[in-house]
Design a protein around this ligand. Structure first.
Ligand code: NDP
Length: 482
């Protein structure tokens, strides 16, 4: 289906827009999902961002697209849709040009995409309303994080709600657009096999890790004072936790899915006071290296003499429900770690009785990998074909989506952009989810501010020893897939 849209992208000269959004919108036009009669108003505040828009967009396409996607003709046609606009959100009068261009003609769907600092969201909503630019078919897409605590997020969401209905607001978490994450739902609710074992009777514990190779260079202004807890755990990790822990919705509508996710977030066992110290680890990277290549530490990257901003978090969380109260969820995320890797590990329990007493049986493990590859792997024990006796060895049932015949590479932002255009909110966050997540995060941040307890880890490693200690204390270990 070809969609005719007017898309206004605020922050088109920024990192997110150039590296992820613009390549994804290009994919939508190249693959015929979005019509080339659409108008793409790419907004920058700076003079240079505005004047060099076409050049910067073209450079970004060459830099961030896969080789096979670079098609000169398709890129030229895409660039023809781009209309550069200079707007300073803090200056109402600078919206004049945008307004006159938007309203001279109009395509069926209007999308305002805010790839700008969240502090500006309320202001943009107000101006769009004052300038009468919001129609019934208008959608507003906003990036995470919404605010920096419950109070600021509620104030942003209240401001958005005064001019947009909840149905018009698309709070994006790009992890939810990943094919494997959607496959997690398909696996749970499209099969009878897994759901029967999806509880404390069968599952020992769950791990969710989002490990990044990159540091904070280039995003220092944003990151300092925010840190990994608010940048990653409040949204990505808790959203993944919701999809694992939620009960089956009675239908796959946005409302039913949101309802189930909110139940999980509200059932998170609060961490306050001393329980924060016992169940969380916060840390910051210092200079270190891999393969003889030294990488700088956080203080060098930020050019600060001191900072308690964490670049690594590990948390042991519990959900207060009959299904999950006995199953710990170990969450971890960090920057400048040894590998770029995002995965969910469902660790099942040992067999009830071992009939192979001489052998070391490994309990089943389901690994849902989101990065670097999207794949599902079920670790099991099977008889060793090369042995004449009943020797067992670990084997893996491996579902690699890229290697499947006829499969195509999935791009989360493309999928989510099209969902927003189509008005499908299933993979976006409801404001109550954002609020419930902050409600759980805020006391942790408060306690951290009191204790100032910050571990250090060397760049290029797997994080601080204290994070191993957190899980090892329960007789478990972080799973590191090859
Ligand atoms: P950048 O700092 O790279 O870009 C910010 C953009 O906002 C620039 O285009 C800038 O325009 C524009 N901008 C800033 N102030 C104004 C203003 N007063 N009026 C108009 N435009 C303005 O940020 P990112 O691209 O990294 O991030 C943008 C948003 O996306 C943030 O909310 C961030 O949290 C979120 N995000 C970013 C991710 C990433 O990977 N980068 C990942 C997930 C979310 P100009 O350059 O012309 O001044």
């Amino acid at each position: 289906m070809e969609r005719m849209i007017d898309c206004v992208l605020f922050g088109a000269s920024g990192d997110l827009a150039l590296s992820k959004l613009i390549p994804s919108i290009y994919r939508c036009t190249k693959e015929g999902h979005v019509s080339l009669q659409s108008r793409l108003f790419f907004c920058a505040r700076s003079q240079s961002g505005f004047e060099n828009m076409h050049k910067n967009v073209k450079d970004a396409l060459y830099r961030y697209l896969q080789e096979e996607e670079k098609d000169e003709k398709a890129m030229a046609a895409f660039l023809d849709c781009v209309i550069p606009i200079q707007v300073d959100i803090t200056d109402k009068s600078s919206f004049k040009q945008l307004k006159s261009q938007l309203t001279t003609q109009s395509n069926p769907t209007r999308v305002f995409y805010l790839a700008i600092p969240p502090g500006h969201y309320a202001q943009v909503a107000r101006v769009l309303h004052d300038q009468q630019l919001i129609t019934e078919s208008t959608r507003l897409v906003v990036e995470k994080p919404i605010g920096s605590d419950l109070t600021s997020s509620e104030s942003i969401n209240d401001a958005l709600a005064t001019v947009f209905s909840e149905q018009q607001i698309f709070r994006i978490d790009h992890y939810l657009g990943k094919e494997t994450v959607q496959n997690l739902l398909a696996m749970r609710f499209g099969n009878s096999l897994f759901e029967r074992f999806w509880d404390a009777d069968a599952i020992d514990h769950i791990q969710i890790s989002i490990n990044e190779r990159v540091g904070v260079k280039g995003r220092v202004d944003y990151y300092e004072g925010i840190g990994a807890l608010k940048d990653m755990v409040q949204n990505h990790l808790l959203q993944l936790l919701c999809l694992i822990a939620m009960e089956s919705p009675n239908e796959l509508t946005p409302e039913s899915i949101h309802r189930e996710k909110i139940k999980v977030l509200k059932a998170l066992r609060p961490l306050t006071g001393e329980s924060v110290n016992e169940n969380t680890v916060r840390a910051q990277y210092v200079a270190g290296g891999q393969n003889n290549q030294m990488e700088s530490g956080y203080l060098e990257d930020t050019e600060l003499s001191e900072s308690t901003t964490e670049t690594f978090v590990a948390i042991k969380a519990h959900i207060n429900s009959w299904t999950w109260s006995k199953v710990p969820f170990y969450l971890r995320t960090g920057k400048r770690l040894s590998k770029q890797r995002a995965e969910i590990v469902i660790q099942f329990k040992d067999v009830a009785l071992s009939l192979y007493p001489e052998q070391q049986l490994q309990a089943n493990r389901l690994v849902i990998q989101l990065q670097p590859e999207e794949r599902l792997r079920l670790h099991m024990m099977a008889k060793d074909r090369e042995s004449l006796s009943t020797e067992l060895k670990p084997v893996v049932l491996d579902l690699n989506f890229l290697e499947q015949k006829g499969s195509y590479r999935s791009f989360a932002y493309k999928r989510l952009f099209l969902d927003a255009v189509d008005g499908n909110r299933s993979l976006f966050m409801h404001r109550d989810e954002v609020a419930a997540a902050w409600q759980w995060i805020d006391p942790i941040a408060t306690q951290w501010n009191k204790t100032h307890d910050l571990h250090l880890y060397r760049a290029g490693t797997d994080g601080p020893e204290a994070a191993d200690g957190l899980i090892n204390a329960d007789g478990r270990a972080w799973f590191e897939s090859e």
